[in-house]
Design a protein around this ligand. Structure first.
Ligand SMILES: [Zn+2]
Length: 266
């Protein structure tokens, strides 16, 4: 056999083998496919609300994500590299680079798969459809799904900025949570998914924050009605976490099982 033809056959064979081994994963080629997290859910639930890094530093780790600001000063939505605050008074503000973040998650978005049509009658319907989607690729990966479309109604919450000494988050959510019902909205949900084995490092399952297209409404999604739209899926295989450096975190008691408390504020 001609040496060139033999070489070509070997190359084709190797490509076929690599294609087979990758068939069940969305595996993007993006080298920066990493989830970057500030602090951990358990510490946040216990009232660890002091800023760990600045908005400017946080943005250097991605362009899409969610979280909150120092003192739980509203809900954070990061979209297209802009860090928005859904404040407790219902306003949406672009946060400056020197604001601080006690808890948040961000990644560089790259589209690994599309969901062309999603319709959902309510929150549970939407998350179960997202569950079905990621089940194709594996529920032990992390995901961020950017969901765009129309909502006949969306219910979001924000939280009043806390003063020290900080209360536990279940108490904050019970006392200082502001709930807003918006009808006929067009916008984006940033949906973050962590696998069950990461429970207490973050919220396991889905965590959804909303921002309207006109950038006037948003927050942590509590419910929705009649959604119609589409989605883009980013599958993530790497996790980086930075810890608070203060004494209150270093000496915090983590023996309590926080699962029920975390579920109660989702
Ligand atoms: Zn939230």
């Amino acid at each position: 056999m001609n040496k060139k033809i033999l070489f070509a056959l070997i190359v084709v064979g190797l490509l076929a083998v690599s294609a087979v081994s990758a068939q069940n994963s969305l595996l993007s080629n993006n080298n920066d496919d990493s989830m970057y997290q500030v602090s951990l859910m358990q510490a946040f639930m216990h009232g660890e609300y002091d800023g760990v890094i600045t908005v400017g530093d946080f943005k250097s780790h991605g362009d899409i994500g969610l979280g909150t600001f120092e003192g739980v000063n509203g809900e954070m939505i990061v979209l297209d590299g802009v860090v928005y605050q859904a404040a407790a008074d219902g306003s949406i503000n672009v946060m400056s680079d020197d604001e601080k973040i006690p808890f948040g998650t961000i990644t560089n978005f790259d589209e690994d798969a599309k969901i062309d049509n999603i319709t959902a009658k309510d929150f549970d319907d939407l998350t179960s459809k997202l569950d079905n989607e990621i089940a194709k690729y594996g529920t032990n990966n992390m995901y961020i799904i950017k969901i765009k479309g129309d909502f006949s109604k969306i219910t979001v919450r924000s939280v009043e900025k806390q003063e020290k000494p900080y209360k536990e988050f279940t108490e904050v959510a019970a006392v200082d949570q502001k709930v807003f019902n918006h009808t006929e909205q067009t916008g984006t949900i940033v949906a973050v998914y962590f696998p069950d084995y990461m429970n207490e490092l973050n919220m396991h399952g889905w965590h959804l924050h909303f921002l309207s297209d006109d950038k006037t409404k948003g927050g942590h999604v509590l419910n929705l009605t009649d959604f119609n739209g589409s989605g883009q899926v980013d599958e993530i295989h790497e996790f980086n976490m930075i810890l608070p450096t203060d004494d209150s975190f270093a000496k915090m008691n983590f023996t309590e099982d926080m699962t029920n408390k975390i579920n109660s504020v989702e």
